[in-house]
Design a protein around this ligand. Structure first.
Ligand code: FAD
Ligand code: 2HG
Ligand code: ZN
Length: 483
């Protein structure tokens, strides 16, 4: 990709040799865990979007923290670059090698280690697939505090490393709140035991937070302790049409005020996104009778079966009367609810099918969110289809620009999108991370004084070394020396 081609392979890194492979075979217990098969490497080298591609010759599949530690210690001593990989669902090119880094995938570390039915604290290995954790919790009457369209493939370790947001953040907050502890292995093989299970622990610095959202740049997450939530008996979902963005914004304010204690999702998509899904995904239809400019999904989750539903119905009715909403339906059963979610969650897949796309994930003040979509439409005219959707309740816009093929449109989009975002004090990554796509753009969202503009990609060793030799003021003594 164009971003990757701007990067230079660090000449300080050595290249893989047969003796390295022999060593890994020895410590990991055979070829099953030391993957050199071309087809499997092709998959592991290619990202979900088929936009980023590395040329790694080796993928390692450790089974224990000790093995992760041995791998990293060895790679450190041999100056072999590595890239941690989870479910490889990342959308910024962070999960695949840029060059020939050794891929370390903890997918075989997929055991639940403990679950406390009183506190709801789940401790598991980092390679557990998010959906499998949800399935494990369901009969016990608990849910994961996060949910995203990639749940069938993404790992909890990947979720932590990207600080994934998703559809429930409005209700349960970010992983900085729900992750109670971590175990991680740093580039030199040190195992950091930060695997607390306590809700409250104010004994000095809370180091685990550095790992949440660090995209593998500081180490490999091997275990996660996370606070799960009681499963509620009553979940309702409304699919709503709004004529303009101001109405969506007002509806959000009203929903927080009137449904606050049961509100569990507030998502939006525009008409262009709806059309894309209708055109590219099978069996999808618009739940409301006529097409509108905007659609909102409001989900409530609570314990009062009749009460919650009546509350949502009354809210919808009032919003219709006030003219905030032009149409709306409440799902009658689980199947209908999943068909509503399919529209919102299917946009990413539909984009993939539609051809070329440019993907941005912005945090902006809600009042500003749709202005950038309109500005870009003006800028691009008929050249491309600009779509806005996302987690409106959290101020997170997924801005996607779809075109029939990749060509010189990019120059009309970047740096415009980043400058626009920076000017409005937004973030150029609300939840997907920087990856390789935005590694060199971090300065749009972080000021130089913090020294944090260096920690940008997941080239574990490279960034680790850069951070150590050029640490943020004050950090050197406190943190990086200890790491
Ligand atoms: P990967 O993609 O494998 O890796 C992501 C990054 O984390 C890489 O930098 C990698 O090096 C690092 N990493 C992975 N595992 C580890 C580990 N154990 N230790 C250290 N570093 C590691 N994201 C959201 O935030 N919200 C959404 O709603 C959302 N929806 C999505 C929907 C679809 C259909 C798709 C395809 C993606 C979506 N994503 C979303 C993006 C992606 O799923 C998340 O970023 C997810 O958290 C990545 O997890 P993963 O296991 O696939 O990690
Ligand atoms: C979502 O919320 C994901 O659907 C993916 O974060 C967003 O594809 C995207 O841009
Ligand atoms: Zn999202």
């Amino acid at each position: 990709s164009s971003s990757a081609s701007k990067l230079q392979r660090n000449p300080l890194f050595s290249s893989l040799e047969p003796r390295d492979v022999s060593f890994f075979n020895e410590i990991l217990g055979g070829e099953k865990y030391v993957v050199q098969d071309e087809e499997r490497l092709e998959t592991a080298n290619t990202d979900w979007m088929h936009k980023y591609k590395g040329s790694s010759k080796l993928m390692l599949l450790p089974k224990t923290t000790e093995e992760v530690s041995q791998i990293l210690k060895y790679c450190d001593s041999r100056s072999l670059a590595v890239v941690p990989q989870g479910g490889n669902t990342g959308l910024v090119g962070g999960s695949v090698p840029v060059f020939d880094e050794v891929i370390i995938n903890v997918g075989l570390m997929n055991k639940v280690l403990s679950f406390d039915e009183v506190s709801g604290v789940l401790v598991c290995e980092a390679g557990c697939i998010l959906e499998n954790l949800a399935t494990f919790l369901d009969p016990k009457g608990f849910v994961m505090p996060l949910d995203l369209g990639a749940k069938g493939s993404c790992h909890i370790g990947g979720n932590v490393s990207t600080n994934a947001g998703g559809l429930r953040l409005i209700r349960y907050g970010s992983l900085h709140g729900t992750v109670l502890g971590l175990e991680a292995v740093t580039a030199n093989g040190n195992v950091l035991d930060m695997l607390g299970t306590l809700r409250k622990d104010n004994t000095g610095y809370d180091l685990k937070h550095l790992f949440i959202g660090s995209e593998g740049s500081l180490g490999i997450v091997t275990k996660v302790s996370i606070l799960t939530q009681p499963k509620m008996s009553s979940v309702n979902l409304a699919f709503i049409a709004c004529k303009d963005f101001l109405s969506c914004q007002k509806l959000l304010v009203e929903a927080k005020r009137n449904l606050g204690e049961i509100l569990s999702a507030f998502e939006f998509l525009d008409n262009n996104s709806m059309d894309l899904v209708l055109n590219h995904l099978d069996g999808v239809r618009n739940p409301v009778s006529s097409s509108e400019n905007f659609y909102i999904l409001i989900e409530t989750t609570g314990s009062g079966e009749t009460y919650d539903r009546e509350k949502l119905e009354a809210f919808l009715l009032k919003s219709l009367e006030q003219g905030l909403v032009s149409d709306g339906v409440i799902a009658q059963d689980i199947n209908q609810a999943s068909s509503f979610w399919r529209i919102r969650e299917g946009i990413t897949e539909a984009l993939q099918k539609a051809g070329a796309f440019y993907k941005y994930d912005l945090s902006l003040p809600v009042e500003e969110i749709y202005n950038i979509v309109n500005d870009l439409r003006g800028r691009l005219g008929d050249l491309a289809n600009v779509m806005g959707y996302g987690h409106l309740g959290d101020g997170n816009l997924h801005l996607n620009i779809s075109a029939s093929e990749y060509n010189d449109k990019a120059s009309l989009i970047e740096p415009y999108v980043y400058e626009w975002t920076s000017k409005h004090r937004g973030s150029i990554s609300a939840e997907h991370g920087l990856g390789v796509m935005k590694a060199n753009e971090i300065f749009y969202s972080k000021s130089p004084e913090t020294g944090l503009t260096k920690i940008a990609t997941n080239r574990l060793q490279k960034e680790f070394v850069e951070w150590q030799t050029n640490p943020p003021a004050g950090f050197k003594h406190r943190v990086s020396d200890n790491l």
